[in-house]
Ligand binder design. Structure first.
Ligand SMILES: Cc1cc2nc3c(=O)[nH]c(=O)nc-3n(C[C@H](O)[C@H](O)[C@H](O)COP(=O)(O)OP(=O)(O)OC[C@H]3O[C@@H](n4cnc5c(N)ncnc54)[C@H](O)[C@@H]3O)c2cc1C
Length: 395
């Protein structure tokens, strides 16, 4: 095993929205930052693409929206909610420097974030797997063991290790982070990509027992259906198109008919569902961010926005390096993550009559407005203070 001599100020495992977003901020603030990911750069991942205003505001603050636009990500200026036969269009107003929403493919977004982190001075290593944490004599996490593409193990020391390694976080397991809060419901999802179906923005379709959506993204449109996960039980891959069409027809027959004019681009992708949860997010020498910290059922399409907001706030705490900054990050996380987990969980029961569902969406909208206020008030992305080692405060 080789031991690298460089001590990093922050080591991040996972180089997608949470991890690369955090690395971009800490590197810009001048902290020696290492971010690793087992995947090659630009690999797609299991996710649809709707990003809420808070997420777009953060990408704008980080100076990345123009790059997202350059790569032909459509600007979305209207979102329409359909409950049964009733439709409610919402026009995107200017707020926080943002007058449109964007839903980039993940191989576009995650790559832009990782490249921006590298440009800012972070060391970004793909095809590199986290194996375990290192601990000092007091049991405090002080680095990681990782395996590079050549199969060679390295021990790397760092003042703070952050798990941004997704829902099944190995960093969380290695640090002994437990589940503090658990949802009960979960959505089964089937999604696919379509060309030649012009849309006037994003469309969300809701029935009492299932939902669907059409999200304009790079090169076409992502269409998903979402329902109780039992419907996927025993379904072979060859039967996914039929179940997808069946759900779409029950939620909105007009859109199901419209989609038949389009051309399918690729196959059908399924997600069997996972209940939402919140993990303990920090301990001596370590922290978690993104899905590693908290997973929300995708029915509210808030995972990326939550990951970007939380990464932005964690970066601020790390750079400010005071106990107060650390506490502010933890309380902001607790406030929003818990509310989004619980609301997503309620909706993912697929039991609400449509008026009740509409009321739940109004709660969601209020929460997202509060989130935008919180992001607008925050200083993340513009670090006035001297970089300091926040890790000491978390001993
Ligand atoms: C079906 C579905 C649809 C969704 N739709 C939406 C949506 O429309 N809008 C939205 O906002 N959110 C959506 N989400 C949620 C969203 O995908 C996640 O919230 C988001 O990807 C979390 O980002 P992250 O950076 O925390 O983790 P991830 O994107 O999971 O990235 C974790 C990274 O860690 C790496 N990693 C893991 N283990 C290791 C290891 N041992 N060593 C090195 N690297 C490792 C992985 O390779 C991966 O690249 C959806 C999720 C699902 C399942």
């Amino acid at each position: 095993m080789t031991s690298l001599s460089t001590p990093y100020e922050i080591i991040i495992v996972g180089a997608r929205v949470a991890g690369a977003g955090l690395a971009l901020q800490t590197a810009r603030a001048g902290l020696r930052t290492l971010v690793i990911d087992r995947d090659p750069p630009g690999r797609d991942t299991l996710s649809t693409h709707a990003m809420m205003r808070g997420g777009v505001m953060i990408l704008n603050r980080w100076g990345l929206l123009s790059r997202i636009e350059e790569l032909d990500t459509p600007a979305i200026r209207q979102t329409t909610f359909h409950y049964g036969e009733a439709s409610f269009p919402v026009f995107i107003k200017e707020r926080g420097g943002v007058d449109a929403l964007y839903s980039p493919r993940r191989y576009v977004l995650d790559r832009i974030l990782a490249e921006a982190a590298a440009d800012a001075g972070a060391e970004v290593l793909h095809r590199t797997r986290f194996e375990d944490v290192l601990r000092d004599g007091r049991g405090r996490v002080c680095g990681i063991r990782m395996t590079g593409p050549d199969g060679v193990s390295h021990s790397v020391s760092g003042s703070l290790v952050v798990g941004a390694d997704g829902i099944d976080s190995r960093v969380a397991a290695a640090c002994g982070s437990g589940i503090l809060h658990q949802g009960r419901n979960r959505s089964g999802v089937i999604f696919s990509y379509w060309k030649n179906i012009p849309l006037d923005g994003t469309h969300w379709f809701y029935g009492p027992q299932s939902a669907a959506g059409a999200i304009p993204t790079n090169g076409g449109c992502c269409v998903f259906t979402s329902f109780r996960p039992e419907r996927l039980e025993g379904i072979k891959p060859s039967a996914l198109p039929r179940l997808f069409q069946e759900v779409l027809s029950e939620v909105n027959p007009d859109f199901a008919a419209y989609l038949r004019h389009g051309s399918l681009d690729g196959g059908y992708i399924k997600f069997g569902g996972r209940s939402g949860f919140m993990r303990q997010i920090s301990g001596p020498g370590w922290a978690l961010v993104g899905d590693a910290a908290c997973f929300k059922d995708p029915i509210t399409a808030h995972g990326m926005t939550d990951a970007l907001r939380d990464a932005s706030e964690l970066a601020r705490a790390v750079v400010r390096g005071t106990p107060q900054a650390w506490q502010e990050w933890e309380s902001g996380h607790e406030r929003f993550a818990r509310a989004f987990v619980d609301l997503s969980d309620r909706i993912a029961a697929y039991r609400m009559p449509l008026p009740e569902l509409q009321a739940a969406h109004k709660d969601l909208s209020r929460l997202m407005n509060e989130e935008c206020d919180y992001i607008e008030r925050g200083e993340a992305g513009s670090f006035a203070e001297q970089p300091a080692l926040a890790m000491a405060v978390n001993d």
